[in-house]
Design a protein around this ligand. Structure first.
Ligand SMILES: O=P(O)(O)OC[C@H]1O[C@H](O[C@H]2O[C@H](CO)[C@@H](O)[C@H](O)[C@H]2O)[C@H](O)[C@@H](O)[C@@H]1O
Length: 247
């Protein structure tokens, strides 16, 4: 960790890349849209889709969304995109035309899905079915956090899976991918050659993206109040992210 409690505002978007072309990697929930009580309860500002595509054009195509959501879910909320994107915490990377990059992401084993659903039922918490994972949401039941985390750890160990913990959520996924592997995959493409990567995100899973951007000579911007971060810069919330991006 370089700066666990940074409060430093980032330089302006036109200056942060220090004269290089800028490559932007954007998280979705808590960064581009405000968090909501449930995954489908988010409100996507009208015009966000068009403004993101205008930003993609302004950056000569060096813009990617990197979300924990599965891409089908992201597109259900945002629309059918023509920008670089990674869903399922970096497992499913696509180019602007929608072509898959790398090996295809896999769904969880059916037995693991069944156990997650049964646990959610027993614990009275929400289960989010995802293309390449399964998530236990406890925003409405904060007291269920410890049990859900312990259950996810045990289940993952039994099935050779991995756990991603986030804001009021714990998710079971296939091992091997994270938001950092997605940043590296995009930055390895000729379209991103010579660019300075900047990752903006709010959650723990964004730290892998922060690390990759910094290791590739770029920067990380954390959104909100989360303290323990390796980001050098901070923006207070979604509104300030939009302002910083000139969206
Ligand atoms: O990486 P992100 O794009 O930030 O996605 C992370 C997770 O976002 C969603 O869950 C979070 O947002 C919900 C809506 O605001 C909120 O109800 C929940 O408590 C948050 O954890 C999404 O449902 C997950 O699948 C994503 O992994």
């Amino acid at each position: 960790m370089t700066s666990p409690f940074t409060s430093l505002s980032p330089p302006a978007i036109d200056a942060i890349a220090g004269g290089k072309p800028l490559a932007l990697f954007l998280d979705f929930d808590g960064t581009l849209v405000e968090l909501a009580a449930t995954p489908d309860g988010i409100e996507v500002e009208s015009g966000l889709f068009d403004r993101l595509h205008a930003l993609f054009d302004r950056l000569d195509g060096k813009l990617a969304l990197i979300s924990g959501r599965a891409l089908d879910n992201l597109e259900m909320h945002l629309g059918s995109m023509r920008i670089w994107r990674a869903g399922s915490h970096g497992s499913d990377c696509r180019d602007p035309a929608g072509a898959a990059m790398g090996s295809a992401a896999q769904a969880l084993p059916p037995a693991a899905i069944a156990e997650l659903m049964a646990y959610a039922d027993r614990a009275g918490i929400d289960y989010e079915a995802k293309q390449h994972g399964g998530a236990l949401h406890f925003r409405a039941h904060p007291d269920a956090e410890g049990g859900a985390l312990a259950f996810a750890e045990t289940l993952s160990a039994e099935h050779g899976l991995a756990v991603k913990a986030g804001k009021a959520v714990v998710e079971v996924v296939r091992p091997g991918a994270d938001k950092g592997t997605a940043v590296r995959a995009f930055m390895a493409r000729p379209e991103f050659a010579g660019a300075c990567p900047v990752f903006i995100g709010d959650d723990v899973t964004d730290e892998d993206g922060f690390a990759a951007a910094q290791e590739l000579g770029g920067h990380a911007i954390i959104v909100g109040t989360r303290g323990d971060t390796r980001a050098e810069y901070r923006l207070p919330g979604v509104k300030e992210v939009h302002e910083w991006l000139n969206l």
